[in-house]
Design a binder for this molecule. Structure first.
Ligand code: 5GP
Length: 185
């Protein structure tokens, strides 16, 4: 029997989910982060085994064949998956947070109906686009791809248990903490 509750958090691309999540995790030290496996390369500052398990495509395929994932999905030409054993182990000791995209979130819900799905949304799509353009490092083509992805993600958000708008990081983190406090076992 698992002791903890599973919280699945997704967000529209570029919404600032990592910053919000960092605040949430800092405020509730009991929350355990489920470390996903991915075939993408580490970004600067990311640590293997903490941010992700960075694995080759070959290793990822082996993990699929060995039925090691609770769910996995392809995203931007890379694979991402939630290792089952690690998650079960963490749930035995307490509450767990999964940071995964909508396809993964719905697959988790199919496996574990008691999972709480939280979606972080931008104040507006126009605001998200202007933030991306403001960074100045993204081509028009990439912006179009990103906007399509965001529109799809927003569409999926209707199936989440909670939608929290990230107008201010602190307010957004507080709202998520309130949901967790209400729903945690
Ligand atoms: P990033 O490459 O920016 O770290 O993550 C890209 C997307 O993959 C994000 O939406 C993130 O939530 C999602 N993601 C991370 N880990 C997993 C996972 O284990 N499964 C699924 N389905 N998505 C994941």
């Amino acid at each position: 029997m698992s002791k903890g509750r599973l919280f699945v958090i997704s967000g529209a691309s570029g919404v600032g989910k990592s910053t919000v999540l960092a605040k949430v995790m800092a405020a509730r030290k009991d929350l355990q982060f489920s470390v996903s496996a991915t075939t993408r390369s580490p970004r600067s500052g990311e640590i293997d085994g903490v941010s992700y398990y960075f694995v080759t495509k070959e290793k990822f395929r082996k993990m699929i064949a060995n039925n090691e994932f609770l769910e996995y999905d392809a995203h931007m030409e890379n694979f991402y998956g939630t290792p089952k054993a690690q998650l079960e182990e963490k749930l035995l000791t307490g509450n767990v947070i999964l940071d995964i995209e909508p396809n993964g979130a719905f697959n988790v819900r199919r496996e574990r109906q008691d999972a709480v799905l939280i979606f972080i949304a931008p104040p507006s799509l126009a605001e998200l686009e202007s933030r991306l353009r403001g960074r100045g490092d993204t081509s028009e083509e990439q912006i179009q791809v990103r906007q399509k992805r965001v529109a799809w993600e927003m569409e999926q958000s209707r199936q989440y248990d909670h939608i929290v708008i990230n107008d201010r990081v602190d307010t957004c983190a507080d709202k998520i903490l309130q949901i967790i406090a209400r729903e945690a076992d």
